[in-house]
Design a protein around this ligand. Structure first.
Ligand code: NAP
Length: 249
């Protein structure tokens, strides 16, 4: 079996469920050793670890709230302790409001919660990566197609992902000379717990029909794109935000 990531040491944040889970399993199948981060769902994270190990890979589950500096440090320390360093970081952990809400109604608490995880979490992980990642590493941030779509009801969430896009473009340049690429993948709607929250079957159908392929994304659709950017084949793509949405826009 071809393993393009053999020997690569990876951290995938928010890897117990959804897109992060699919990314961790895919990078593990590609030969990477994976730190499977989770916030609360230990059993789900351990199931991801078991799947990777049963396919012959190496993985460890690590609890850490990415919104806290201590949590981010724990993740990088775990990569050092388990695998001896870090080559690939996937900043996937993210939160959204439970339902679409106009900007005028969004509470300060929700604003702070989204920015703590989606922006400060990514910011702190990128800082650690800049200091501790091996040369020729790969960073992939998970953004969202809601940024260019400017969908009503998603203002604060979209603002957090717009910040991620800026980090991506600028850090790619700041890491000048290190051979590290920094990119973002911006999925359209992907059927996960985060997406399903507060949506009826009719709303989901309507969103699927906004895509010319007439279906919602699957976590594996995104994992494939992340694996490409994380591997040798994606090496000439740097500082980009890649929309992965079936052609929704
Ligand atoms: P999900 O199904 O809700 O899974 C979220 C994952 O993130 C879980 O593993 C969760 O861990 C973890 N997590 C949440 N808060 C965390 C924290 N503070 N620290 C560490 N881990 C944390 O979400 P998803 O749909 O897969 O979304 C993954 C990423 O894709 C997010 O950045 C999201 O914004 C982005 N995205 C999603 C869609 C979509 O339609 N689904 C579209 C565009 C972009 P626990 O299991 O322990 O709670």
């Amino acid at each position: 079996m071809h393993q393009p990531l053999a020997g690569k040491k990876c951290i995938v944040t928010g890897a117990s469920r959804g897109i992060g889970r699919a990314v961790a399993e895919r990078l593990g199948r590609d030969g990477g050793s994976i730190i499977v981060n989770y916030a609360q769902n230990e059993a789900e994270a351990e199931a991801v670890v078991a799947t990777i190990r049963s396919a012959g890979g190496q993985a460890a589950a690590v609890q850490a709230d990415v919104g806290r500096r201590r949590g981010i440090q724990r993740l990088f320390d775990a990569a050092d302790a388990h695998f001896g360093g870090i080559d690939i970081l996937v900043n996937n952990a993210g939160v959204a409001l439970e339902k679409r809400m106009p900007l005028s109604e969004i509470s300060d608490a929700d604003f702070d919660r989204l920015f703590a995880v989606n922006v400060r979490g990514v910011f702190m992980a990128l800082q650690q990566a800049a200091q501790r990642m091996a040369d020729h590493g790969r960073i992939v941030n998970i953004s969202s197609t809601v940024v260019p779509m400017a969908l009503p009801g998603y203002s604060v969430y979209a603002a957090t992902k717009a910040a991620v896009d800026s980090f991506t473009r600028i850090l790619a340049k700041e890491l000048d000379g290190r051979g590290i690429t920094v990119n973002a993948v911006a999925p359209g709607p992907v059927e996960t717990d985060l997406f399903n929250a507060g949506k009826t079957a009719a709303v989901k159908r309507q969103m699927a029909d906004m895509c010319p392929l007439h279906r919602l994304g699957r976590p594996e659709d995104i994992a494939r794109v992340v694996a490409f950017l994380a591997g040798e084949e994606g090496g000439w793509i740097n500082g980009q935000v890649l929309l992965a949405n079936g052609g929704m826009i």
